[in-house]
Design a protein around this ligand. Sequence first.
Ligand code: ZN
Length: 65
Amino acid sequence: MALEAYCQNAACRRFSVFDLDQLIAALGPDYLVSDIPPLDCEACGSPMEIKLALVPPEDVEGPLE
Ligand SMILES: [Zn+2]
């Protein structure tokens, strides 16, 4: 599982992926996905929008038939 983060600065739009296992390892076993701390873009310092990269199976569109 991974977290995707998008810079909110339209002039930057940096995209980063964070390994959730690494975040849990860094922040401890009590870390909750709902408690993701605010992240700032490492390029421009603007707040980043964070999304879970893991999509629930029911929301995934299957191959067209
Ligand atoms: Zn940025």
